[in-house]
Design a protein around this ligand. Structure first.
Ligand code: NAG
Ligand code: NAG
Ligand code: NAG
Ligand code: NAG
Ligand code: NAG
Ligand code: NAG
Ligand code: NAG
Ligand code: NAG
Length: 432
């Protein structure tokens, strides 16, 4: 049993440490610079950020992109975004640049800016959808006019040290690489034009870099055992414990209690797990050929509304999802041949907003799965998910020996988990 549990934690540690996400092995954010024209002292570029991650979106307050200029470049002007600081432009007389910093930080504009400051795919307050949830909103773009720069593809120097925050840490960006120039279709679709030069930067996410502790946890229950397996105690770290609020506190009726803070610091409801998000998986019903699971997501943060939330689960029976009742669902097939992972997300205008903690701070759905006769069982904790992610961050599961199990199957329970863990280990070794 000790082996089982330490093996389990070993895997947890492993998945936290690696920038690589086994459920989204090709996920990345790619930032593409297309030089559209050369100017007397530099160039005009369109910068496009594509979020190719299946289920990790960038939530409010949005992305900020930084880099280091290779020489003494300045930003004359921007459309659809802005540098957060102008820096020291005292050398310039008359026409003053938008930003003279050697390491500019650029953010998206807010919705509703005047038309002449907009650019296609801009002005969403830096919020970018995930590729899996909504490919058309998974793009952000702006135009930048750069001065004191090279004026041809031989003299231009690529910016260095790209950083992407979105909205916290977690992303690491590689170096800019010159790639084949992007081609564009003219609006009448009868002519192709081409960027004068294109470079790409690829950024990947690591939950380990983003935060020390998980930001969500999972609890379990079932119709066949009255035990409710709670989230692990202090699953998300208990540092916030001294500032938490009881759900019946008078404080909660104060005006402004829900106002988000600049630094995004949470105001959590006091719980044993101290997570802002709990996912509950209830094995609800057993039919002859089907079984039914209820999934509920609860928000414990009084200062956060989650728009466009995503929930990812890994379970071997997700290859036979028959119906999902009040969430949208999309199977994710990270590896050809293994179809055990899927993404749940809110239905537009119905439950795509997970409200702040309180009476409305939850969303729920039921899933009907068709049993695969060869593998299906209620024994050994099989009916519970192997991994759960909320908004792209992996949630902490309860220790395996606490799962609700069928009466009189104690030994099977442990056996199955060690089998499962060795399988996962095998799989991991195979991948690396
Ligand atoms: C980034 O993601 C896209 C889409 O999944 C993939 O085609 C591309 O190879 C990835 N780039 C890198 C450098 O991993
Ligand atoms: C560069 O990035 C764009 C997306 O922004 C992508 O479509 C293209 O495939 C990338 N090119 C290379 C060579 O990775
Ligand atoms: C630079 O531009 C010239 C002509 O426009 C082109 O032939 C050449 O391949 C380009 N070089 C690079 C590195 O893009
Ligand atoms: C880029 O970052 C690295 C490591 O953070 C640093 O050593 C290097 O000096 C930086 N380069 C520039 C041009 O700022
Ligand atoms: C969440 O959204 C509701 C309705 O739009 C709003 O009244 C509330 O202030 C928001 N809460 C937070 C924490 O932003
Ligand atoms: C994966 O499973 C879903 C049902 O959950 C099914 O609709 C889909 O076709 C399957 N995809 C593959 C590639 O097997
Ligand atoms: C229900 O599951 C719990 C936790 O795994 C276990 O301790 C208990 O014995 C089970 N109940 C029955 C009736 O088997
Ligand atoms: C009962 C049933 O439909 N089982 C199917 C579950 O999914 C696998 C793989 O997608 C199929 O091979 C089974 O036939």
């Amino acid at each position: 049993m000790r082996f089982v549990i330490s093996g389990f934690f070993f895997i947890m540690m492993f998945s936290y440490a690696a920038a690589y996400d086994p459920l989204d092995p090709n996920g990345n954010i790619t930032i593409k610079w297309d030089i559209m024209s050369w100017t007397p002292d530099g160039y005009v570029a369109v910068v496009t950020m594509n979020n190719f991650q299946m289920y990790r979106h960038i939530i409010s307050p949005g992305w900020s992109l930084g880099w280091t200029w290779a020489k003494k470049e300045v930003i004359w002007s921007m459309v659809g975004a802005q540098a957060t600081e102008q820096g020291d432009c005292s050398k310039f007389k008359g026409n003053v640049p938008h930003c003279c910093k050697r390491t500019p930080t650029v953010v998206d504009l807010l919705p509703g800016v005047p038309y002449n400051q907009q650019f296609s795919n801009c002005c969403k307050g830096g919020v970018v959808s995930s590729w899996g949830q909504d490919p058309t909103s998974s793009v952000s773009a702006f135009q930048v006019s750069v001065g004191l720069a090279g004026t041809s593809n031989k003299t231009v120097k690529l910016p260095k040290n790209f950083t992407l925050l979105g909205p916290g840490p977690g992303y690491t960006c590689g170096p800019a690489k010159v790639v084949p120039s992007t081609t564009f279709l003219t609006p009448d679709r009868r002519r192709k034009t081409q960027a004068l030069m294109t470079w790409n930067v690829t950024c990947t996410y690591s939950q380990f870099l983003a935060r020390k502790n998980p930001s969500c946890c999972v609890s379990f229950s079932s119709f066949y055992n009255e035990t409710i397996t709670p989230c692990p105690t202090c699953a998300c770290g208990c540092q916030n414990k001294k500032n938490c609020v009881q759900s019946d506190s008078k404080l909660l009726s104060m005006v402004g209690i829900n106002t988000p803070r600049k630094d995004n610091s949470p105001l959590l409801q006091c719980t044993r797990h101290m997570c802002p998000i709990r996912v509950h998986w209830h094995v609800k019903l057993n039919y002859k050929d089907y079984w039914r699971v209820k999934i509920a997501v609860t928000n414990f943060n009084y200062r956060m509304n989650y728009t466009l939330w995503t929930l990812v689960a890994q379970h071997p029976n997700l290859n036979n999802v028959t119906q999902v009742f009040s969430f949208d669902y999309k199977p994710l097939v990270p590896y050809e041949s293994i179809n055990d992972t899927g993404m749940f997300y809110g239905m537009k205008f119905y439950n795509d907003l997970l409200m702040e903690a309180g009476p409305f701070g939850n969303v729920q759905s039921e899933v009907l799965l068709q049993k695969d006769k060869n593998t299906f069982t209620f024994k050994q904790g099989w009916a519970f998910p192997r991994k759960v992610y909320f908004n792209g961050d992996e949630c902490m599961l309860p220790p395996p020996d606490t799962y609700p199990y069928l009466p009189n199957s104690a030994h099977d329970n442990l056996f199955s988990f060690s089998t499962w863990i060795s399988l996962v280990l095998l799989l991991l070794t195979a991948i690396w």
